[in-house]
Design a protein around this ligand. Structure first.
Ligand code: HEM
Ligand SMILES: *[C@@H]1O[C@H](CO)[C@@H](O)[C@H](O)[C@H]1NC(C)=O
Ligand SMILES: *[C@@H]1O[C@H](CO)[C@@H](O)[C@H](O)[C@H]1NC(C)=O
Ligand SMILES: *[C@@H]1O[C@H](CO)[C@@H](O)[C@H](O)[C@H]1NC(C)=O
Ligand SMILES: *[C@@H]1O[C@H](CO)[C@@H](O)[C@H](O)[C@H]1NC(C)=O
Ligand SMILES: *[C@@H]1O[C@H](CO)[C@@H](O)[C@H](O)[C@H]1NC(C)=O
Length: 322
């Protein structure tokens, strides 16, 4: 290494950058010249948001998922509706009254605009913020590939049809993920994201009152804040998705094995089916879960990015450039 001249080093770096672009179109070094402070700027804001409220880490992770599953990781989820002019994804059934973290993304975006304007995409901010959130909550890290550009449209229809519902059975969950190129192993690993964050009563009411594959004590505990009728006014009451919802760990899989899954879809991963063995493996081997989760997140981040001259770099993540 000592004999490497700086010109041969920069040649080497250039070749690697070009090769990186050819193989995947995205590259971890995408902003190293155009916005060297991009990654630290995002990380600082995520750490501060999570310090203020740990749930925000979960919310930011989910935003990236809901972005990527709907026309690829293109920032489409961030576009605001403009009545009569533009219909985005925010009011889709899986998103409305549920997605959060938009203000944190706005803060990051405005910091980045003042440091290096019109350079860092909203789609990339989501990908990096998801990784930094997982790390801030105690989970694994991974290298985020960059260079995604932002969409100039969104799809309410796809958001309604392509994001998995919590009422799906295992077969339908597997199909939903297979449609995006994920196998069963990826699907179980990615579902481990429910080791953090919360869900609303209306999405787990039927499970705690009517399902048999649930621990009765756990069901009773959850019933305390989620009455059996929608007229009780507690549809939006929250419960943690696993017993340690502010830490990224393997508790989610322990909960599933004890029939403490909160959502119907969660418990489907451990219900005398083909994914039971993987749940059992992750329950005892946190590092294996972390490893598989990180790899699956990289794969999710590769879902049909806009690159080259496609799309744009939005200056405001909520709207298309004028
Ligand atoms: C396997 C299929 C999945 C289904 C059916 C599903 C469904 C849900 C539902 C219903 C909620 C609660 C929403 C609410 O109460 O308003 C939720 C929360 C969450 N989901 Fe998923 N999800 C799935 C996969 C994923 C994946 C792949 C990720 C990320 C990689 C993810 C990350 C999260 C996070 C972090 C939360 C908590 C958000 C918060 O507290 O703000 N989910 N999910
Ligand atoms: C970025 O900032 C420069 C210098 O302030 C300005 O000239 C340019 O118009 C800005 N570009 C965009 C796209 O806002
Ligand atoms: C959004 O734009 C992309 C890329 O230009 C295009 O392929 C897609 O069909 C558009 N989607 C909608 C819902 O118009
Ligand atoms: C019910 O909700 C309240 C208010 O959010 C919370 O403090 C309490 O811990 C919850 N109880 C259970 C059993 O989840
Ligand atoms: C709901 O719970 C109340 C009080 O526990 C009970 O009287 C009622 O029969 C239940 N209703 C249904 C539909 O289960
Ligand atoms: C699996 O099958 C056994 C034996 O029929 C049953 O006792 C158990 O409740 C089933 N469900 C789960 C989640 O293991």
């Amino acid at each position: 290494m000592a004999s490497f001249s700086s010109s041969s080093l920069s040649f080497f770096v250039t070749v690697m950058l070009v090769l990186g672009r050819i193989s995947s179109q995205l590259s971890p070094n995408f902003y190293s010249l155009s916005c060297p402070s991009a990654l630290t700027t995002i990380q600082t804001e995520v750490i501060s948001a999570v310090a203020k409220e740990r749930r925000m880490g979960a919310s930011l992770l989910r935003l990236h998922f809901h972005d990527c599953f709907v026309q690829g990781c293109d920032g489409s989820v961030l576009l605001d509706d403009i009545p009569g002019v533009f219909t985005g994804e925010k009011n889709a059934l899986p998103n409305a009254n549920s997605l959060r973290g938009f203000e944190v993304i706005d803060t990051i975006k405005s910091k980045l605009e003042s440091k290096c304007n019109a350079t860092v995409s909203c789609a990339d901010i989501l990908a990096v913020a998801a990784r930094d959130s997982v790390v801030a909550l105690g989970g694994p890290s991974w290298v985020v590939k960059l260079g995604r550009r932002d969409s100039t449209n969104a799809s309410l229809t796809d958001a309604n049809s392509q994001l998995p519902s919590p009422f799906l059975n295992l077969a339908a969950l597997l199909t939903s993920f297979a449609n995006k190129g994920f196998d069963a192993k990826d699907m179980v690993a990615l579902s481990g994201a429910h080791t953090v964050g919360q869900a609303r009563c209306l999405l787990f009411r039927n499970r705690i009152y009517n399902e048999a594959n649930i621990d009765p004590q756990f069901a009773n505990l959850r019933k305390q804040n989620c009455s059996n009728s929608t007229s009780g006014g507690d549809d939006n009451n929250l419960a943690s998705l696993d017993q340690t919802g502010t830490f990224f760990d393997s508790q989610y899989f322990k909960d599933l094995v004890e029939l403490n899954g909160l959502l119907h879809s969660d418990q489907q991963l451990y219900n005398n089916g083909s994914t039971d063995s993987q749940v059992l493996a992750y329950k005892t081997n946190k590092l294996q879960f972390f490893h598989d989760f990180a790899n699956a997140m990289v794969k999710m981040g590769d879902l049909s990015p806009l690159t080259g001259s496609n799309g744009q770099i939005r200056t405001d993540c909520r709207k298309i450039n004028a």
